[in-house]
Design a protein around this ligand. Structure first.
Ligand code: ATP
Ligand code: MG
Length: 183
C-alpha cells in the first residue's frame, strides 16, 4: 500500500481548450523545484524558437527536446518525413523512459501524433504500443501525455486526466499566436 505512494503516475491533459502544454510545463517547473529531473519531448513541434525551451535552458534538471517537423499541413515535409520524425520521437521517448534518468517525462502532443501516424497508411504508432511500453517502465517515472483527442484506451489506463474546455480563445476573433503566451 505504502509503495503506491512512490509509483509514478500517468497523467493526461487533453481536450480542445488551451492549456495542455502549459499545464505540463507548470507541472515540470514544480517537479524541478522539488529536485526531480524533468524531460519534455515535443512530438510535433519543430526546432523553431519557443519560450519554454529558452527557459528550460536556464533550469538545471529541466530539458526540452523538439523532435517534430511542425504542423502536418506545412507542405515542406512529406507525410513520410513526418512519420519518420514521429517514430524517431517515440524511439527517443522509450529510451529516455527506460533509462530511469528522468523522474518526469512529458510526451507533449503525443495524442496528436497518433492521428498523424495513422495518416496516410496504416498504424505505425498505436495507443496499444504506448500502453504496453508504459506498463513496463521503471516504477518511479511519472509520465505526462498531452494533446487533443486522447484515445480512450489511454484514458482508461491513466491515473489523472484533465480535459481542457474551450470557452473562449482569441484565435476565434482572428488573433494569431501571441509571443510569450502561445510560444
Ligand atoms: P498551450 O501550448 O498554449 O498550452 P495547448 O497545448 O492546449 O496550448 P495545442 O492543442 O497543443 O494547445 O495547440 C497549440 C496551439 O494552438 C497553441 O498556440 C494554442 O494557443 C493554440 N490553441 C490551443 N487551444 C486553442 C483553441 N481552443 N482555439 C484556438 N487555438 C488554440
Ligand atoms: Mg500543446
Amino acid at each position: 500500500m505504502e509503495q503506491e505512494h512512490y509509483k509514478g503516475l500517468l497523467i493526461i491533459y487533453t481536450g480542445p481548450g488551451k492549456g495542455k502544454t502549459t499545464a505540463a510545463l507548470g507541472l515540470g517547473l514544480r517537479a524541478v523545484g522539488n529536485g526531480l529531473k524533468v524531460l519534455m519531448l515535443q512530438f510535433i513541434k519543430g526546432s523553431w524558437p519557443s519560450g519554454e525551451r529558452e527557459a528550460a535552458e536556464l533550469l538545471p534538471g529541466f530539458s526540452i527536446e523538439a523532435m517534430g517537423l511542425g504542423f502536418t499541413w506545412d507542405t515542406r515535409h512529406t507525410p513520410e518525413e513526418h512519420r519518420q520524425a514521429l517514430l524517431g520521437a517515440w524511439e527517443r521517448a522509450k529510451q529516455a523512459i527506460s533509462s530511469g534518468d528522468h523522474d518526469v517525462v512529458i510526451l507533449d502532443e503525443l495524442n496528436n501524433a497518433f492521428n498523424i501516424a495513422n495518416f496516410p497508411m496504416g498504424d505505425i504508432l498505436t495507443p496499444e504500443a504506448v500502453i504496453d511500453f508504459l506498463s513496463g517502465r521503471p516504477p518511479h517515472v511519472h509520465v505526462v501525455i498531452t494533446g487533443r483527442n486522447a484515445p480512450q484506451e489511454l484514458l482508461d489506463k491513466a491515473d489523472l486526466v484533465t480535459e481542457m474546455r474551450d470557452i473562449k480563445h482569441p484565435f476565434h476573433s482572428g488573433r494569431g499566436a501571441v509571443k510569450g503566451i502561445d510560444f
